[in-house]
Design a protein around this ligand. Structure first.
Ligand SMILES: [Zn+2]
Length: 210
């Protein structure tokens, strides 16, 4: 059975067809090309009514529900319509996502459903584990309970927030340690981190090391 057949069976978009599916170059994600079905007019995103086409925008990627651990992206070239009712050239309405979001509605619903399920699963698992006599497992359960809200926030945020802001300084800190091949004392590491992360002024030196 082909992937397109599965997609058509479980998630059809009216007015659009799945063209073909293929692996990305790094084999980590699957791309599915989507195009409007023949004879279906684009719908104005303002008045939600069909309108004559105007031009096409660059191809966009919409993140879809992952499949067997592979990220799935729908590739689609958005059309613009010349809507006489609204008197403007507007981007077409697509059932996949809303506004500037790159996540499909289906994926957002999927994440929301998982957040609820995970919530129940997490509570139940922690309850059962705390009843057991396996101390290391109980330790994990306690830690999960303590960070429960933060863990679930990942699903609640629906990928709207990137962890890049945290990962940046995290990486900078790691690079600082690697550059020096480790530090002997915590105090020196702390000072080095203040310098690299806080851009503290350094004394004038006759030689540049980096
Ligand atoms: Zn319109």
């Amino acid at each position: 059975m082909e992937l397109i057949t599965i997609l058509n069976r479980c998630h059809r978009f009216r007015g659009f067809v799945y063209q073909h599916a293929y692996f990305s170059a790094d084999k980590k994600s699957i791309a599915v090309a989507v195009r409007p079905s023949k004879g279906s007019a684009a719908v104005c995103s303002r008045c939600h009514l069909p309108a004559p086409g105007y031009d096409q925008l660059a191809e966009r990627r919409f993140e879809f529900i992952p499949l067997w651990g592979f990220l799935v992206f729908l590739l689609y070239t958005m059309r613009r319509v010349d809507c006489r009712r609204c008197g403007v050239v507007a981007v077409e309405e697509v059932p996949r996502g809303d506004g500037k979001r790159t996540l499909t509605k289906a994926y957002m619903l999927f994440l929301a459903r998982w957040a609820r399920r995970l919530c129940r699963f997490l509570d139940e698992w922690c309850r059962q584990t705390m009843r057991s006599r396996i101390e290391p497992m109980k330790k994990i359960a306690r830690s999960l309970r303590q960070h429960r809200e933060l863990i679930l926030n990942y699903f609640r945020a629906q990928k709207l927030i990137s962890s890049g802001v945290v990962e940046g300084p995290n990486n900078k800190a790691k690079v600082t340690m690697r550059k020096s091949y480790g530090f002997r004392t915590y105090r020196v590491l702390e000072l080095a981190l203040y310098h690299s992360l806080g851009k503290l002024p350094e004394p004038v030196s006759t030689h540049d090391f980096f």
